[in-house]
Design a binder for this molecule. Structure first.
Ligand code: GLU
Length: 311
């Protein structure tokens, strides 16, 4: 199936972009670069820019405050209050309820290990849920439920793949399986929460790291199934550490706090390094987010990853 990009509807305000960090620790240069790009995409297209804290799990105390402070230090601003997924449970429950009424939800009793060890269903692409619990008889269900009284909920997907439109990757087709909607511990699943929130917030442009490109078809399919608008995507290249792997704290001086430990002007130095990597500034040039806004154009964005060598 192809999830076309409908016009944003059902929203009074103008269209919006967003940055949606998980408050699991300090933002590093890769996260900050993605945040800057999301801001630039939104601010150069007349969109509002929203900040959403994805705090359904992996919350580290104090991380959110430091993340917001770091974004402000780079010169990024956002519209309206910061939203929190932990405050949005009713919206997720409502979406699951609607899918359940349409017969599109089933209980899954599988453990992670069972899924990994299950022979994959014929035609199921690698990594897809093999459908073990999809068509159980009532007796089998009762037996499985006795062993695992708090099952996860999965979407009964009717397609194997879906195509999305990405500003940087063009038409991208990826796998759609019976994705988890609510985990066994009751936590709404990431894919569900993102889709419900993006639609509720009028977000019609999703800019994020390209490690999430393969999730976009699932999310677009889920949005379309819920009758929600499918956003335009821009999955931007990740920042890699010196070993060629995704940049991580262990690579050294990668957060603004690390930069600050090395001397004054931490945010300006980080912004400058990011701007040079985006070919929006010359080395040693002092720039502001506002200057970058006047120079930004998606078509001149470098398409490959940025390999960063911490000082
Ligand atoms: N919260 C996710 C993360 O920090 C991003 C989700 C998204 O942008 O869709 O990786």
């Amino acid at each position: 199936m192809t999830a076309h990009r409908p016009l944003p509807d059902g929203h009074d305000g103008p269209a919006a972009g967003r940055f949606a960090p998980s408050p699991s620790g300090d933002l590093h240069l890769g996260n900050l670069r993605t945040a800057l790009l999301a801001w630039l995409f939104a601010r150069t297209t007349g969109r509002r820019f929203l900040l959403r804290v994805e705090d359904l799990d992996r919350v580290r105390p104090g991380a959110e405050d430091r993340q917001l402070a770091d974004l402000r230090a780079l010169g990024l601003d956002w519209d309206g209050p910061v939203s929190h997924q932990s405050q949005r449970r009713a919206g997720y429950d409502e979406a699951i309820g609607r899918l359940a009424s349409a017969g599109l939800v089933y209980e899954c009793y599988c453990t992670r290990r069972e899924i990994l060890q299950a022979p994959s269903a014929p035609h199921a692409p690698g990594g897809a849920y093999p459908g073990t619990c999809r068509d159980l008889t009532p007796a089998q269900r009762a037996e499985r439920r006795a062993a695992r009284p708090s099952p996860a909920l999965r979407l009964r997907s009717t397609v194997a793949e879906c195509t999305v439109t990405d500003v940087l990757h063009g038409e991208y087709t990826g796998m759609v399986d019976d994705l988890v909607l609510r985990r066994g511990d009751g936590t709404p699943a990431y894919n569900l929460a993102v889709v419900v929130d993006d639609a509720a917030q009028g977000i019609d442009q999703v800019v994020r790291g390209d490690d999430l490109l393969s999730s976009a078809p699932r999310q677009a399919y889920l949005a379309a199934t819920l009758g929600l608008a499918v956003p335009e995507y821009a999955h931007v290249p990740l920042v890699l550490g010196p070993q060629g792997k995704r940049l991580a704290k262990r690579d050294g001086a990668v957060t603004l706090a690390d930069f600050a430990a090395a001397g004054p002007g931490a945010a300006a130095r980080a912004l400058s390094a990011i701007a040079v990597s985006l070919r929006l500034a010359d080395p040693r040039e002092t720039v502001t987010a506002e200057t970058l806004r006047t120079r930004f154009s998606p078509s001149s964005l470098p398409r490959g990853p940025w390999v960063y060598h911490p000082a």
